[in-house]
Design a protein around this ligand. Structure first.
Ligand code: SF4
Length: 726
């Protein structure tokens, strides 16, 4: 759908898909986006764009878009949900007043009857910073709960936790630019970088080809980037700690570590050294399946070519050992003196366009905006004053005005678990598709189906909409203003190019309207300096963020419009931003080594479920809804596939393209088999972009990393069977 002729206008904006954060120009004709074109001034990508950025915009004008609020007929008829007939469960389109008044009244009723923690909120990595700020303000100020989360809980929460423990800051430490231009070696681990972060993947490939940078890839699966690797460490899923400890064992054995750096800038080294002593290459080979010679070769390349940039994705984090894996990577980068220098760093590639921003803005159960802990008396006092309401909350404990607890709320997985079967009675979800992207979907769907009141703010009637009581139509990225924050902490503008369809409204405007109505229904009024909800535009919301969160104090839409390139921390309006963290010292003072030990995945193969399933994305799709509604992308990748090794396929009687069923203790998936040596024998790979029976999350496990509460998407036991048709 590439448009012809001169556009009516050209609007520069930021890509809505992955965390690279490419900028491009939307060409608009007759209020429709007709083309995406490169913009040479784009800070991250220059003229480069991947197939999603260039051809993925059809979804904006797709006929499936929600255009009016919808409520279930039983709500209008005053019928109990549980006793509603099928006819009473049908959607009824309605006006905004009816829908929002209904939601406001229900939120107040639940809050009064069962307390603020009976309500939960899910923000969105796809929405703007300003919208995520508002969703957590709605949760905390208007309702009085810290039950507010975003999908980072499903992906990089272990990175945030692990890097915070080691360095004092949970974000990607360096910039993509300096990694690509200045690193002398790369370790890419658990990250299919050419498909999941394609423009950055291209830059890494170019660095290998043009500058001769040695690349070590650690991945159970062969991906496109492994073609460029000097060494591919194909370890078994769930053995990252053993692998990394083995690499560090070799570094220490040869004395390749940076003694001075460790002495001056780090602590906990001796305990760490004792822990890796046992991880000889031979012992590691038994655990990981990686030949000792490959491990030694990789260690030498990484140690002798510094600075080395460690780059990782959710292949590292989506494990029950996710935090331990991240701590091991932090150990490696301190051991080699690679932190706080250009070309080095702990470069966790965040997945979605603004998952970094959703976390920055406080859509997390334990943190106010700007990573200020809800357990901190100073932070509580600050937000209590900033967001003060009159009259104060009728609830004992906590701070006097808002009644905010100093106990963290519930994580995303805990919120879903408590909805329906538990004591969480109302759930507000903005732009997340829990019914496709959560693990163990039969369990998730059961929780959503049993819940009392679910509000979904979305652009499409997604799989989650099936369980909603109210659907509120939001605006897509091309229809609203605001900012996204990419993986390297870069805050970038999005700009409205076309109007939202029908009566759909920008999500920030819906949230502000709902907050005003909820406060009115509750008989409370804003009195604090940042308590109000009468926002003129998202720029004003960002000004409020800057006022309450010191990390972003110098960020404003005006600066971004002027062309300032800002990576947080930006502590003041004249600060240029911070492309590299931990220069000269770590955010926590000294960098802390942690002694971490290998622990197996929670569910290992056995006689009944003899294969390990690992999951991920494909180049053409991102998430579960938008790219599936882009013609060029679905033409290139129309359906889910499960990768099976040639050996296993021959043994099971599978051929390329034949139907295959995966079964786990939790459910089943039916898909097409792709017979390929991208996966090792004993391992299969699937993706989660497609709905219903083909979604691999029907079989994944909901077992969690104990610290970060992130599910182990990347390893579970399955049976693999051909589907026979009679
Ligand atoms: Fe760039 Fe990622 Fe968008 Fe592709 S999907 S254009 S790499 S931001």
């Amino acid at each position: 759908s590439v448009g012809r002729g001169r556009p009516d206008r050209v609007v520069t904006t930021t890509c809505p898909f992955c965390g690279v954060g490419c900028n491009f120009d939307l060409h608009v004709k007759d209020d429709r986006v007709v083309r995406v074109a490169s913009n040479p001034a784009a800070p991250v990508n220059g003229m480069s764009l991947c197939v999603k950025g260039r051809y993925g915009f059809d979804f904006v004008h797709h006929p499936d878009r929600l255009t009016r609020p919808r409520v279930r007929r039983y709500l209008l008829a005053g019928v109990e949900k549980r006793s509603a007939t099928l006819a009473e469960r049908e959607w009824v389109e309605t006006d905004w007043d009816t829908a929002l008044n209904l939601v406001a009244a229900k939120l107040v009723a639940v809050r009064r009857a069962a307390g603020p923690d009976a309500v939960g909120f899910i923000g969105s990595a796809l929405c703007t910073n300003e919208e995520n700020y508002l969703v957590q303000k709605l949760a905390r100020q208007v309702i009085g709960t810290h039950n507010v989360e975003n999908c980072a809980r499903l992906c990089h929460a272990p990175t945030v936790a692990g890097l915070s423990m080691a360095f004092g800051s949970g974000a990607m430490s360096n910039s993509m630019d300096d990694v690509a231009e200045q690193a002398q070696a790369f370790l890419v681990i658990g990250e299919n970088v050419t498909e999941c972060h394609p423009v950055f993947g291209t830059r890494l490939r170019q660095a290998v080809l043009r500058r001769g940078v040695p690349l070590v890839v650690a991945d159970p699966r062969t991906t496109d980037i492994t073609e460029f690797a000097a060494v591919h460490l194909r370890h078994r899923p769930g053995t990252d700690v053993a692998l990394l400890n083995g690499l560090m064992h070799v570094v220490l054995e040869h004395g390749w570590h940076d003694r001075r750096y460790i002495e001056e800038r780090c602590e906990g080294f001796e305990e760490f050294r004792a822990a890796v002593e046992r991880y000889t290459p031979e012992a590691v080979g038994v655990l990981t399946g990686v030949p000792a010679a490959d491990l030694r070769r990789a260690a030498e390349l990484l140690a002798r070519n510094r600075p080395m940039a460690a780059v990782w994705g959710v292949g590292v984090t989506q494990h029950t050992t996710g935090v331990l894996n991240v701590l091991a990577l932090a150990n490696l980068q301190m051991l080699l003196g690679n932190m706080g220098v250009p070309g080095g760093g702990a470069n966790a590639l965040r997945g979605q366009n603004s998952v970094q921003g959703a976390c920055d803005m406080g859509a997390l159960f334990n943190l106010f905006p700007g990573y200020q802990p809800v357990t901190s008396p100073a932070a509580l006092a600050k937000f209590d004053a900033a967001w003060a309401l009159d009259p104060p909350a009728p609830r004992a404990g906590g701070t006097p005005s808002l009644g905010l607890s100093d106990r963290p709320g519930r994580t995303l997985t805990e919120i879903v678990d408590a909805f329906g079967p538990g004591d969480l009675r109302a759930l507000f979800v903005m732009g997340e598709n829990l019914a496709l992207t959560n693990p163990d979907l039969n369990h998730t769907r059961g929780c959503l189906a049993a819940g009392e009141f679910l509000v979904l703010q979305e652009i499409f009637p997604t799989a989650t909409a099936e369980f909603a009581d109210v659907l509120l139509p939001g605006a897509a990225f091309a229809e609203k203003a605001g900012t996204f924050t990419n993986t390297e902490r870069r805050v970038q503008l999005i700009r409205p190019a076309v109007p939202p369809p029908g009566e759909a409204r920008p999500d920030w405007a819906v949230l502000a309207d709902l907050a005003r109505r909820t406060l009115a229904a509750d008989g409370r009024a804003p009195v604090g300096p940042h308590a109000g909800w009468a926002y003129r535009d998202p720029a004003q919301i960002m000004d409020e963020v800057a006022a309450v969160a010191p990390l972003f104090a110098g960020i404003s839409h005006a600066r971004l419009e002027r062309g300032d390139r800002l990576q947080w921390p930006v502590p003041s309006p004249d600060h240029p931003g911070t492309p590299i963290l931990h220069v000269g010292g770590f955010a926590r003072g000294k960098g802390k080594f942690h002694a971490v030990e290998h622990a197996p995945a929670a569910e290992l193969p056995d006689a009944e479920f003899p294969f390990v399933l690992t999951t991920g994305r494909v180049l053409q799709h991102y998430g579960s809804e938008m790219t599936r509604r882009a013609e060029a992308l679905t033409a290139a990748c129309p359906e889910p596939v499960v990768e099976v090794s040639p050996d296993d396929a021959a043994r099971l009687g599978l051929t390329d393209g034949s139907a295959v069923r995966l079964r786990s203790r939790r459910g089943a998936v039916v898909s097409r088999a792709a017979v390929t040596d991208r996966v090792a024998p004993g391992c299969v790979f699937g993706n989660f972009h497609f709905p219903a029976a083909g979604n691999v999350n029907n079989v994944t496990t909901g077992v969690l990393d104990p610290t970060s509460k992130t599910p182990e998407f990347k390893a579970c036991a399955v049976a693999v069977e051909p589907v026979t048709t009679n």
